[in-house]
Ligand binder design. Sequence first.
Ligand code: AMP
Length: 513
Amino acid sequence: MKDPLLSAPTLWELLKQRATLTPKAPMLIDGSRHQRLSFAQAVDIAERLAAGFHDRGIGPGTLVTWQLPTGLPAVMTALALARLSAVQNPVISLYGERELRAVMERSRSTFLIVPGAAERDFPAMAAHLQESLSHRPEVIVMAGDLPQGKPSTLPPAPGEGQSVRWVYYTSGTTSEPKGACHSDQTLMIGGYNLARAMRVDSTDVGTVAFPYAHIGGAMYTAMLLASGMSAVLLDRFKVAEAAAIFRQFGVTTTGGSTAHYEAFLAEQRRQPGEPLIPSLRLLCGGGAPKPPELYYQVTTELGCALTHNYGMTEVPLICAGSPGHGDEQLACSEGLPVEDVELRIVRRDGSLADVGESGEVRVRGRGVFKGYTDKALDAEAFDADGFFCTGDLGLLRADGRVTLTGRLKDVIIRKGENISARELEDLLYSHPKVGAVAVIGLPDTERGERVCAVVEAAEGQPPLEFEEMVTYFRASGVMVQKIPEQLELVERLPRNETLNKVLKHVLRERFAS
Ligand code: AMP
């Protein structure tokens, strides 16, 4: 039988409980430097780091932005700030000065923590920002040994986990960045639910090969602490290199998002018949659409399970699949709504949609964020019943699972007919010449909007021809009005830095004329 998951009121308390239960068990493995840290060592280091931060002036409620790549310093910083009850604002390390400035202008953090030695000169960027921001944040550079202090000087550990202690700025794939406020609890609920859905236990070895400053980083940390499993940390994801490291550490579960599955699949195809990561039992991720075809390719060729989840900066986990669920369920849905997240599908007129009918996904409950930093945004983000309006379109299946069908803003309205971009993307993805695809609506005087497919070629394949695409859609039986009237071939679809999500607004701007 599996050990039950631990639970605690705060993230720090969860770490302490875990370190008492399995002190010597590995928690984190730095995949590039081969450094390992046990749960007990994590408490010790985070406590001394917290004392070092406290000596610099960080305490309960202090606003701290940190921009650190995935690695031990990032996880230790997050835990140390959680120990101090500071309000932390993680920012992914790929952000340049422009993006960081946009966040800092909004967050008005009093501290900015950046790495020392790195591929980019973070300290110089931080110094430049410090000069030019009106509130002049203090900069802490994590160079060489981490700052340290005496744990005996620390203020009391946080007693409750309901207050706002985390602010994540959404990646802004569609609009201006918004600061989503979280408590320890809202993140930890995501972590418990993820652990339950993935069916992990202390024997599992996972990975954080995505930017740790993404909301998934803190959620994953809570999962490690609740389950006692360990994770290999990688500060960059190059698939061949990652696979070699994962083989070495006996990784049992990895993933991130659709781009990660595609990368592992392509790598596996370079060595057919020989498992890429023999210890791997589960690929798991979320955050972007996953075509059903990809599910079958991954499970067949990589020989592991694939569970794909639905989450967002505001609600780290909304729906999740589990190993052992049916193939069709895992291929064609985002899984079951998780505990502490009540979900409903709402029509445009505000009434509840029937089973199988697409509408806006709205969620409420303890697993939902605490609102935006800009309170004016909350008024339109939450409905009269207190449900958060995700802006995603989806349907509830008869088996209780949710299938996302697109984004409210993504619906293409062609001659008054609503067309789901997602349906067309899933279909076209199964064409052998298509490596990746985004379907968008473009302004059109005659039709209102016309349908445009933007395609990245599959590796080693000639470009898809327009006529070929039309024939393919016709053969699929899809309504003629939905067939894209424009095809654009691109070398690389524009994607965001966190989970490699396609930036459709960039495509719309580019092809509108
Ligand atoms: P972000 O807050 O930047 O992580 O983006 C969250 C958005 O990603 C959601 O609102 C969805 O539009 C999208 N997303 C997340 N999970 C999935 C999924 N399983 N399938 C399709 N889109 C997803």
